[in-house]
Design a protein around this ligand. Structure first.
Ligand code: DGY
Length: 323
C-alpha cells in the first residue's frame, strides 16, 4: 500500500523527521523558510495531510485551495489559533493538535519568566555583561520576593495547573484562578487554590498574573487598559499563552506609567515583530516564544502530530482531534 503524502512545513528535530519518513511519503522543508500563503495552498492541493505549526497561518483563504487533496491538518503545537478551524471543518479537513507532551516544559518556562522578571535576571545579566557591575552592595538591584506571594492564573488548563504545582509546592505561593471550566476538586485541593468570581477580582488580588487561556477572538485583548489598571502597581504580568491576549499599546502605557511593576513575555501580537519600546524597558523580560522549546518536548510534539495524522490514514480516530 502506498504511503500517504504529507507535508511538514518547518524543520522538526531529527528523530521526529525520521519517524515521518518511515510512515509517510513526506515532503520536508529542508531550508526551514516559512511558507507563503500560496505555498501553503499548494500543500493543501497536493498532499493528503499537512503538518503546519503555530507560526503558519492556515486561514480561510489558504483553506479555499482547489482542488483540495488535504484531509488533515496535524498541527505541531497545542495552540491551534493559527488555523481557521471553522473553515477547515466546512472544507471537511480534520484538525489535530499536540496537547499534554509540552505541559511540563511550558510551565517551566512560565515559571522562568516569573522568576526572571521578579528577580531582575535579564537586567542583571545585561548589567554584568555591559561591564557595569561595581560589586555587591545592600541596595543593588533589589527585586520582588516570589515565595509566599499570590499567583493569579487566568485559564486553569494543563499548563496553568503545572505552573501552579511548581508555584505552590516549590515556592509556597498562594494560588488563585479564573476559568469557565474549573479543574476537578482534587486538583483545587492539592493546590489549595481559590477560584475568583471574575478576572477583575483576580487582577486586584494577584502579585503575579499569569495568562494561560487560548488565543483567538474570545480572548483578544482580554488584558486591556482597564484591566491593567486593576492590577496592583507592585504586580507583574506573565504571558506564555498567546500574544493577542494582551493589548500591546495598553501594556506599554501601563509599564511606562508604573500602573504595573513589570512584565515577562514569551509571545507577542504580530510576532516575531516586537515593539522597540518594550525592548528598551528594563522591567520587561522578553523571550522568543520558547515555551515548548526543549529537544525532548519538540521530539514528542512531532511524534504526537505524526500519530494523529497516521491514525486518520489508518482509518482510526486521531487522538487529539479538535475539529
Ligand atoms: C503551542 O504549542 O501552542 C506553543 O505555543 C508552542 O510552543
Amino acid at each position: 500500500m502506498s504511503k500517504p503524502k504529507v507535508v511538514i512545513t518547518r524543520r522538526w528535530p531529527e528523530e521526529a523527521e525520521a519517524r515521518a519518513r518511515e510512515v509517510f511519503d513526506v515532503q520536508l522543508n529542508e531550508r526551514d523558510v516559512p511558507l507563503s500563503a500560496d505555498q501553503l495552498q499548494d500543500c493543501l492541493r497536493n498532499a493528503d495531510g499537512v503538518c503546519p505549526t503555530v507560526s503558519d497561518s492556515i486561514d480561510a483563504r489558504v483553506i479555499s485551495a482547489t482542488p483540495l487533496q488535504c484531509k488533515i491538518l496535524g498541527n505541531f503545537g497545542v495552540g491551534f489559533n493559527n488555523i481557521d478551524v471553522s473553515a477547515a471543518k466546512q472544507a471537511g479537513i480534520v484538525v489535530t493538535n499536540t496537547p499534554a507532551v509540552l505541559t511540563d516544559c511550558t510551565a517551566d518556562l512560565a515559571m522562568t519568566l516569573l522568576l526572571s522578571v521578579a528577580r531582575r535576571a535579564g537586567e542583571g545579566e545585561r548589567h554584568l555583561r555591559g561591564g557595569n557591575w561595581s560589586g555587591w552592595r545592600p541596595t543593588h538591584m533589589m527585586g520582588a520576593k516570589v515565595s509566599g506571594k499570590t499567583l493569579g492564573l487566568i485559564g486553569m488548563g494543563r499548563i496553568a495547573r503545572a505552573m501552579a504545582h511548581r508555584a505552590y509546592h516549590g515556592f509556597g505561593m498562594k494560588i488563585i484562578f479564573t476559568d469557565p471550566f474549573p479543574p476537578p476538586q482534587e486538583v483545587i485541593d492539592d493546590l489549595a487554590a481559590v477560584a475568583c468570581q471574575s478576572v477583575e477580582e483576580l487582577l486586584e488580588r494577584s502579585d503575579f498574573v499569569s495568562l494561560h487561556c487560548p488565543g483567538g477572538e474570545q480572548t483578544f485583548h482580554l488584558i486591556n487598559a482597564e484591566r491593567l489598571a486593576q492590577m496592583k502597581p507592585t504586580a507583574f504580568l506573565v504571558n506564555s499563552a498567546r500574544g493577542d491576549v494582551v493589548d500591546p499599546k495598553a501594556l506599554i502605557d501601563a509599564l511606562r506609567s508604573g500602573a504595573i511593576a513589570g512584565a515577562a513575555l514569551d509571545v507577542y501580537q504580530g510576532e516575531p515583530a516586537v515593539s522597540d519600546e518594550l525592548i528598551k524597558m528594563e522591567n520587561v523580560v522578553l523571550l522568543p516564544h520558547l515555551g515548548s522549546a526543549t529537544l525532548e518536548t519538540r521530539v514528542a510534539m512531532g511524534l504526537r502530530a505524526i500519530e494523529n495524522v497516521k491514525a486518520l490514514f489508518d482509518g482510526e480516530e486521531p487522538g487529539d482531534r479538535v475539529a
